[in-house]
Design a protein around this ligand. Structure first.
Ligand SMILES: [Zn+2]
Length: 560
């Protein structure tokens, strides 16, 4: 059975089964009433209309954690009424009865696929999951305990915002929880927030949007100001799908949208990846036999212009081909958390043998439709910012980074300039120089100028035999030198951008043979060759300190 199939289905305990079978739930989408046990078995997704039903905190947690592993913390009635409103006390009493919970959040300790975690869930049935002092306190204490116990935190968010009845004290919970998240983060620990319907106001402006990884359920409404407020105060018409999980993904604010039935596996995967330490990883599996003849030297020699054309051909093996062949369980993460999700640049977490790694690379598209979607492999600032965000995340969790470079260059357009294309590339280069984890960069196609360098600041830089890496395209070079693009082929001869040229200039450290050309027929053998090299690369850096790894990279580029 596949690794993740184990995490798809979960049977309720007898006690839960008994309770659920005596409960009826009505779908808010289509008004059908069903037995809660049936709905539990379908992850509380309405079989009639597909709506994701609101789930109480306890069920939320039980749906994902290992059987009977959840131990609640701080689960006692605690009163907070800073403004002294007697109305509020009555409301709290009703909320307790309605939700079967004593506050709007439940936290505790549990296991996810055997991994110890701290987990919590906000409860929409308790005053719309609004955050007052008790809720803020529980979340803060959960993060403090997780920091002390060195455990990752998973938190299902769901909230109408700050709790109005507690006034400014409610606002202080935003600061308090965010500060606890910061301390947990500084201790190098992992936090995943899962945004469910609805997550609004003060909760989005504090712990909900601060996860190392932020997941969302399909269709969940997420935003700071409510749609009605925006419409009424600003008189603005809201775009279709505004403030939905899908809208957020497109705008770079969440890493992924996960179907409810896949959540258990996804959370387990993230818990596992973020608790694996480099020191625990020994020999990697799938070692390829050593057959390192200089096959590539015997290969047919191509002219620089022929190489350029080869790199641009649609059947050239892509970043995705190498990811599929070199790694297992690649999980793509999205967004720069500022503006958008750039499809020209992809990145995520994967396993190289038993070693978690972060993988990043451009995609150019295998046909016209995909090429348009991928902007022909030309990233915009949000692409570089996503790549950098993922690299900083890799550094935090001590994951080696492997980048694949295949881009005609950074996108040149008004929108890219408006959002700071130069700044995005500059910051990426600067921050990469300082990363304290091993970085391996592999040029697999065209390496177009600064746009390529932005993800090519590695401890080691390798190139495929027919790849190119240049200051400018030969067409551009010809245009600048001779005021015409027609002499590109001639320019290619003098530019020194082939792997062989760059190896001599010590810009790259290794040439990877292409065995005739990197395409569908040869990519498996090329990947096998790379795999062996990557194993050697990782073991070379495994014994080094963080500072040694960083200084090694600094010195590599310092010599130019
Ligand atoms: Zn329904």
């Amino acid at each position: 059975m596949a690794f993740f199939d184990l995490f798809k289905k979960k049977t309720p305990t007898e006690k839960l089964e008994d309770r659920l079978s005596h409960t009826q739930l009505t779908c808010t989408g289509c008004n059908t009433t069903r037995n809660a046990l049936d709905l539990y078995n379908q992850f509380y997704i309405c079989p009639q209309c597909g709506k994701y039903l609101t789930i109480g905190a306890r069920e939320r947690i039980n749906l994902v954690v290992d059987q009977d592993s959840f131990q609640p913390w701080f689960d006692v009635v605690e009163e907070s009424n800073p403004l002294g409103q007697s109305e509020y006390l009555k409301k709290l009493k009703t909320a307790r009865e309605k939700s079967g919970n004593n506050e709007a959040v439940l936290v505790g300790r549990a296991k996810l696929g055997g991994v110890d975690v701290v987990i919590g869930a906000c409860d929409a049935n308790f005053m719309m999951g609004s955050m007052g002092r008790v809720m803020g306190e529980r979340i803060t204490k959960a993060f403090e305990e997780a920091t002390r116990l060195r455990l990752p935190v998973f938190l299902f968010c769901c909230s109408g915002g700050a709790r109005m009845q507690e006034g400014i004290i409610s606002l202080m919970q935003m600061e308090k929880t965010a500060a606890a998240v910061k301390r947990h983060s500084k201790a190098g620990l992992f936090y995943c927030s899962i945004l469910t319907d609805p997550t609004m106001g003060g909760v989005t402006a504090s712990f909900a949007m601060l996860g190392d990884v932020i997941l969302a359920e399909p269709g969940a409404r997420v935003g700071f100001a409510g749609p009605r407020v925006i419409q009424q105060t600003m008189g603005q018409t809201l775009p279709a799908g505004f403030q939905t999980a899908e809208y957020l993904l497109e705008h770079g604010m969440v890493d992924d949208i996960v179907e409810r039935r896949d959540l258990r596996y996804r959370l387990f995967y993230l818990a596992k990846v973020h608790t694996t330490r480099i020191a625990e990883v020994t020999a990697t599996e799938g070692r390829v036999p050593s057959n390192r003849t200089n096959e590539h030297l015997a290969a047919e020699q191509k002219t620089p212009w022929e190489k350029i054309k080869l790199c641009r051909s649609r059947d050239r093996a892509s970043t995705m081909d190498y990811i599929d062949l070199l790694f297992k369980h690649f999980y793509e993460l999205h967004g720069d958390r500022y503006f958008g999700d750039d499809n020209a640049m992809i990145g995520g977490i994967a396993y190289f043998g038993a070693q978690p790694v972060t993988v990043i690379g451009e995609l150019r598209g295998a046909d016209m439709a995909e090429s348009v979607k991928r902007n022909f492999g030309m990233p915009k600032p949000e692409g570089y910012r996503k790549a950098l965000r993922l690299m900083k995340q890799a550094e935090k969790f001590r994951r080696p980074i492997i980048t694949f470079i295949n881009t005609p260059g950074a996108f040149c357009g008004v929108d890219a300039e408006q959002r700071g294309q130069g700044e995005a590339i500059a910051r990426s280069i600067m921050e990469m120089s300082d990363l304290k984890v091993p970085v391996l960069c592999i040029l697999i196609g065209e390496g177009g100028s600064g746009g390529a360098l932005a993800t090519a600041v590695g401890n080691k830089v390798w190139m495929l035999e027919n790849s190119t890496y240049a200051i400018l395209s030969p067409e551009g070079y010809s245009a600048i030198l001779w005021k015409t693009e027609d002499r590109a082929e001639e320019a290619a001869l003098i530019m020194k951008f082939t792997a062989q040229d760059l190896y001599e200039l010590k810009v790259i450290d290794k040439i990877i043979p292409e065995l005739g050309g990197a395409n569908k027929q040869t990519v498996q053998r090329i990947a096998d060759y790379m795999k062996q090299g990557i194993e050697e690369f990782l073991s070379e850096y495994r014994g080094m300190t963080k500072e040694q790894i960083r200084d090694d990279r600094y010195n590599r580029f310092r010599k130019f």
